[in-house]
Design a protein around this ligand. Sequence first.
Ligand SMILES: *Cc1c(COP(=O)(O)O)cnc(C)c1O
Length: 357
Amino acid sequence: MIYEDYYIFTPGPVAMSQETLDIGAKQTPYFRNQPFSEVTFRCEALLKKMLNAPEGSKVIFLTASGTAGMEATVMNLLTKDDNALVVNGGGFGQRFVDICAVHNIPHHDFKVENTNLSNISDSAPDQDFTALIVNAHETSVGHLYDLQALGDYCKKHSLLNIIDAISMFVTDSIDMQKHNIDVVIASSQKGLALPPGLSMVILSPKALAKIHPVQSLYFDYQDCLKNAERGQTPFTPAVTIMLQLHARLEQIERDGGITQSIENARKIAEYFRTQAKDLPLKEYSRFMPNAMTTLMPTDGKSATDIVNDMENDYKIMICPNGGALADTVFRVSHMGHMTKDYTDVLIKALHDYYGKS
Ligand SMILES: *Cc1c(COP(=O)(O)O)cnc(C)c1O
């Protein structure tokens, strides 16, 4: 099979644990029954616990990749009477801008560069907004925004705070109550280290109150919430990924909870960055999350060539940045079932590549 024996350091999909792989190899069970409802309820409870969701929050499971969670949230929570401040620091911020445009949601395209927005109170445009929409970790460039500053800004101006946490949940800190967050969008194939195809949207009571009827059968949050009361989804869910999610969340709980999961990611990222210091590579972002390292070659080598050489000569998958940065910056993910030993494979390969082994 393609890439089966490759080492995976791409920012999604990511390396999965043996437990997750084993569940994926089994038959898919029937799901309109109490045992499966219990799985859904348990996933909901664990997600809310890990995010410190406020009392009365609810979780919606969508059988689709993360972008569906982004689009469905905009459709179900915002209307033409809103005005959304959309942080656009790269490809994923642009996606939220495009979603708002498609659904005729008034919005401001807030282009930002090389900032973690800790100064948002001063830098945001002076308009009457009703919502803030942000990708907590802008994966296209590797910037992690300051969730506390964003949350404080939302509280001060009474904005609905919508956070796409897809590429930082379980590797970096996010707390719905501490950071005044109303919506968290997560998906399966990043830090959660599951196959792609499942999105989770965690909604605070304030967000739940904003839900309204939509022109969509499949992405209707009212229908989703009605079914969620009995631990079900309106249509066939990604049953196997739900079972894998359940196992993965229990695994995180068993291994010390979300705090430990974040600490592990922090240590791995720090280890990798320290070990790469003697190579002709420079860190691109000043605001890197634990989830990912962005590196720039300082010896004139093309980032895309390095990515291709790693794949062809070492069976290691890393990833160039998108767009204009493709030749100057590449990305190394620390998300997933990541260990020091696994990271050593990449560190050794890079040293060998630069003749430093
Ligand atoms: C990966 C990712 C998504 C989701 O992309 P899909 O291809 O739809 O899974 C959304 N936001 C961010 C920040 C991401 O990194």
